[in-house]
Every structure is written in C-alpha cells, then in structure tokens.
Design a protein around this ligand. Sequence first.
Ligand SMILES: [Zn+2]
Length: 171
Amino acid sequence: MHCPFCQHPNNRVLESRSAESDRSIRRRRECLQCERRFTTYERIEYVPIMVVKRDGSRESFDRSKLLRGVVTACEKTGVNAHAMEMLVDEIEAELQQQAIREITSEGIGEKVLARLRQLNEVAYVRFASVYRQFQGIRDFTETLSQMRGHSQDQVGSASATTEKTPVESLG
Ligand SMILES: [Zn+2]
C-alpha cells in the first residue's frame, strides 16, 4: 500500500478498528517517509454468484429468497429458525469457498434437499415437490421412496405433527 502523498511503499499501522457493522476493518496508517497519515479499509471480497434458472435466464444469488423457500418448507415441522439460517449460511459459504460463479437453480435445490433430508422428512418432501416440480405422482413417489430408504431411522416424530401432508398438497 503506497502512501497517497509521496508513494513510499512502507507505512505503519497506528490504529485498527472495525467499521460498517463489522463488515470491514478501518486502519489508520502513517507513512514511514513523509509521516503523513491516511486511512485504509479492508473488507471481505464476495464473489458474485449467478443462478441460472430453468428458462436459461440468470439472476444474482438471493440469500433471503432461498431462506424464504426453506422457511415455507419447514412450516409447522418443528425445525427451528436457527437451523434454517444455518442451512442457508452453509450453502452460501459453500458457494463462496468454491468460488463458483454460476450455479443452476436445480443445483441449489439439490444442496437444500441434501440438508433438509437430514433435518426433517416433511420439509424435505415439501421442498422437493416445489423444486423438482414433479411431473406427476410417479416422480413424487420416487422421491419419497429414495428418502425413506435413506432416513429409516429418523422417520416418525416430525411427520405426525403436521396438519397438511405433502400428498394432500399435490392435489
Ligand atoms: Zn508518504
């Protein structure tokens, strides 16, 4: 970081403090040559992630939209808000770490499903029914049987509490 006044490459940090609600770090520096002071900001670089939709159009990854989908799927399942936030955070972090710049909406859907499967059976089926846009009852029962094969041990507790079963919502 060159001094903005004399272009000298070396300086010392006088003070560091968080800024913009901890989104960045503000550093007060002093040039070792001219001794003038200047401020730098350091912040995390987020890679913009584009989502390719079914129709081929693209939109930027929208964390809150994804969370809304998860919240809807988890309604009245007993999955708590913290777990839903964690799920979305994990997916976003995964995308950021892999520096993926583009992912299909199906790709994101599969990531959500992989996690919901561990979390709650009903939420999983609901999300799957929306995300995979079942072509008919065959698709639906396939998903259901895949799921049952995978989570035999945790079936039971969650599904009993819901008022509306996924089968009813299929119409
Ligand atoms: Zn200087």
